[in-house]
Design a protein around this ligand. Structure first.
Ligand SMILES: [Zn+2]
Length: 245
């Protein structure tokens, strides 16, 4: 379902959906010197290997939980879900942050030969280290979430017409953070035994992106010279039928 170009109905006060607590413990973290994910030429990344690729908290099809509930405004629904995706991903990143350093991740990589660049305010493409890139993404999204003009919380306040475009941009940036964490930090996610949580969060995120036309195939697949690491995971889950009906 597209929420682009839709007029919104009057909305009720937003109440973020409960997300529960992720069982992530900082004290169970491995040393920062843990080896990075192989991910290189010839090596199949762990996140694409059984049983890790199919570990999940939720069994079944994610399509059912991304559908717009009856009587809920689509803008409101997208806003609440994006808030939750951001919050959950930020928690994961918070735990992995000591492994994602200027030294371990001098580039914001999302695949064996793929490095994302940051667009500066002047429109210039800048190569940033992964921690700097992700900090910039997370703080810019945090600022948007706190901006009443973008994410209004008053019942009589309308969403700005540019809201769908803003959300598409936010989605794309969060997808890059997922891609980096899978590509570069999956061993640490395994060390935390958090792969069922992380896979379920990502599968939910992908199914949501498909449903509301936020997910661009080129962003998840990349091009043949620089494929996105998680593109194969997306295809695997699509084939297994958990993403779409
Ligand atoms: Zn990193």
């Amino acid at each position: 379902m597209s929420f682009f170009g839709r007029n919104r109905a009057p909305r009720a006060k937003r109440s973020p959906t409960p997300t529960g607590n992720l069982p992530l413990r900082k004290d169970s973290m491995g040393p920062p010197s843990d080896p990075p994910s192989p991910g290189g030429a010839g090596a199949k990344p762990l996140y694409l290997s059984s049983p890790f690729a199919d570990a999940a908290l939720v069994k079944g099809n994610f399509k059912t939980i991304v559908m717009l509930p009856k009587y809920v405004d689509i803008m409101e629904w997208v806003a609440v879900n994006m808030f939750d995706f951001y919050t959950n991903l930020n928690e994961f990143y918070g735990v992995l942050t000591e492994c994602c350093t200027q030294h371990s991740c001098p580039m914001m990589s999302g695949g064996p030969s793929l490095n994302y660049t940051w667009t500066s305010q002047g429109g210039k493409q800048v190569a940033l280290s992964a921690p700097t890139y992700i900090d910039s993404v997370m703080s810019s999204i945090q600022n948007l979430l706190e901006d009443e003009n973008v994410f209004p919380t008053k019942s009589n306040q309308a969403f700005h017409p540019s809201f769908p475009a803003t959300i598409k941009h936010v989605y794309r940036q969060l997808l890059r953070v997922f891609a980096h964490l899978y590509h570069a930090h999956f061993p640490q996610i395994l060390h935390l035994r958090a792969e069922p949580h992380f896979n379920s969060l990502f599968a939910h995120f992908l199914a949501f992106g498909r449903e509301y036309e936020l997910l661009e195939v080129k962003d998840i697949r990349g091009d043949s010279n620089a494929p996105v690491g998680v593109g194969l995971l997306w295809e695997r889950w699509k084939d297994s039928g958990i993403l779409e009906s």
